[in-house]
Design a binder for this molecule. Structure first.
Ligand code: FEO
Length: 169
């Protein structure tokens, strides 16, 4: 694997672990608000992000590339209200999507077909994650304004369960 692609994938591992850390911070925020369903939703999301980091780790190792785990940055935690947290989640996913696309561009330029195939799963996953984030914002805007609506939405999000990634390396 070309060093340029390996370096970007190594950096992506850190971004995925940061994502997990950020979503756990969201979960902590919601627990402090008494919204345990929202907290559950982000705890499950954090597990998925950790899986993404593991998948890239394993992919690099399968290709005999040395993996380096760098320090994980402290997540920003200054949200004015519930909706702002959800919007920060969407903005973060858009950032991650751009980052994945950037690796895709590099792999494409280097004619690294194996990495392109590996990244296809991540491109699709990002599409799903952005959609989930948008749906959540919509629901919050529609129903989150009154106590009963917020309660029901919290109940709905409490039902999310963790499932391991569909990508097997
Ligand atoms: Fe692993 Fe939500 O990006």
């Amino acid at each position: 694997m070309k060093e340029r692609v390996a370096k970007l994938l190594n950096e992506q591992i850190n971004k995925e672990f940061y994502s997990a850390y950020l979503y756990l911070s969201f979960a902590n925020y919601f627990i402090e608000q008494g919204l345990n369903g929202f907290a559950n939703w982000y705890q499950v999301q954090a597990q998925e992000e950790r899986d993404h980091a593991f998948l890239i780790t394993q992919y690099l190792q399968n290709n005999d590339v040395k993996v380096v785990y760098e320090a994980i940055a402290k997540p920003d935690a200054s949200w004015a209200d519930n909706l702002e947290v959800l919007k920060a989640g969407l903005a973060h996913e858009q950032y991650v999507t751009a980052s994945i696309h950037n690796i895709y561009d590099a792999a494409s330029e280097e004619k690294d077909y194996r990495t392109l195939q590996f990244l296809d799963w991540f491109v699709q996953e990002q599409g799903e994650e952005e959609k989930n984030a948008i749906d959540l914002i919509r629901k919050m805007e529609l129903f989150g304004g009154d106590a009963k609506g917020l309660y029901l939405l919290d109940q709905e999000l409490a039902a999310r369960t963790y499932a391991p990634p569909s990508l097997v390396l």
